[in-house]
Design a protein around this ligand. Sequence first.
Ligand code: NAP
Length: 248
Amino acid sequence: MTKVVLITGASRGIGRATARLLGARGWSVGVNYAHNEAAARETAAEVGRAGGHARVIPGDVADESAVIAMFDSLVHAFGRIDAVVNNAGIVAPSMQVADMDADRLRRVFDVNVLGAFLVAREAARRMAKDRGGDGGVIVNVSSAASRLGSPNEYVDYASSKGAVDTMTIGLAKELGPQGVRVNAVRPGLIDTEIHASGGRPDRAAVLGAQTPLGRAGSADEVAEAIVWLLSDAASYVNGALLDVSAGR
Ligand code: NAP
């Protein structure tokens, strides 16, 4: 039977690479985005070319009614839900905490923490066996920043990913008995557009060169870890925080 996954923030970067890889494994993929519909459509086309099925699903993860609508749309399109990749995330321009205003902090925590919680909550409501679901898998996309702290860049972002780590640990214990595994990947310096949105397009290349593996990672390398955690090959892995960070 074809498996069905919702990937938040799949219009580019790690979300798109994960969608493509799952397409190649025959999955049906809900391709969520917030702003760039054309890019999400390109992701969906790539899923199709890889051998899967895709549905483009708009919605800001920080908006509760939009998140509920995303899940409704996925189930309407494919009839079921087996997995969620809680991937949408943002950074804001690099600065010290002393210079951060409340609007910036609110948006970073709204998307990265509230958004991740709303998506995980909705996944739990639909997949947990005690709520009528068939079980499933959640992979949260955290960051190595949660243990590094990101000083002078974005301590707010790092802290938001700390919340994602803790949510992963707690939710794994809550949902394991209900047939839902919950894990996180913690990418390191991955070559995507997120660094440009933080004001430093060359950040992954420059800092990646200083990692033990001497380079930035690719979105495809993170996608491999996510897809493994989603698969039955990881059937005894629950509550894990899997670093994909070159040993940094
Ligand atoms: P990216 O290239 O900037 O892509 C981010 C994706 O999230 C885009 O598809 C964007 O779509 C979507 N998005 C942003 N805000 C959203 C919202 N409010 N609701 C729904 N979708 C939203 O970033 P990436 O590098 O692939 O990052 C993916 C995840 O990996 C993030 O959680 C990030 O924190 C994490 N991560 C990345 C790195 C890295 O080095 N790249 C390292 C560690 C962790 P639209 O533009 O269409 O809204």
